[in-house]
Design a protein around this ligand. Structure first.
Ligand SMILES: [Zn+2]
Length: 154
């Protein structure tokens, strides 16, 4: 089973076989061709599934661990949750999605041929006082600065 992210409909380049996605993907399709492709795929067997809340929570927890949570949309979380739940292979060009999948042992592939090879761990750092945080914060807990940037921890 392949779980299709937006790239599959935009590029029409994805593995063949049993395919599924979430209903919200349709709102991400911004041109007539991809919308038409989505409709066509539904007619020939694309399954629309809703992941369980418990699965979405599990993804949220895991993406916090890798430091990707702040860059994942609710649609991204749901796509990951569905792939996790159905034990499918996720088809996505989004490196944050791929990273969380890798962290959780969920198989993934891309539309573009660009896949991450190793897990990336992200942290946050205050650009004023250099204090580090594991999660994204609006302001630094040490000095109050709002200039926080994400960096790749080793
Ligand atoms: Zn600071």
């Amino acid at each position: 089973m392949y779980i299709l992210d937006t790239c599959a409909f935009l590029t029409q380049n994805h593995p063949e076989g049993e395919i599924a996605t979430i209903s919200e993907i349709e709102s991400e399709l911004n041109n007539r061709q991809s919308k038409q492709y989505f409709t066509n795929m539904k007619e020939i067997g694309l399954k629309i599934r809703e992941p369980k809340v418990a699965s979405i929570d599990k993804i949220r927890m895991n993406s916090k661990e890798t430091g990707d949570l702040s860059v994942l949309s609710s649609i991204d979380l749901k796509i990951l949750a569905l792939a996790y739940e159905m034990q499918g292979t996720i088809v996505s060009d989004d490196f944050a999605i791929q990273n969380v999948a890798l962290h959780m042992g969920v198989e993934f592939t891309s539309c573009s041929g660009n896949e991450i090879k190793e897990l990336r761990k992200w942290k946050y750092r205050c650009s004023a006082c250099r204090a580090e945080a594991l999660e994204k914060v609006d302001s630094c807990s040490v000095c109050g600065s709002e200039k926080i940037f994400r960096f790749k921890a080793k």
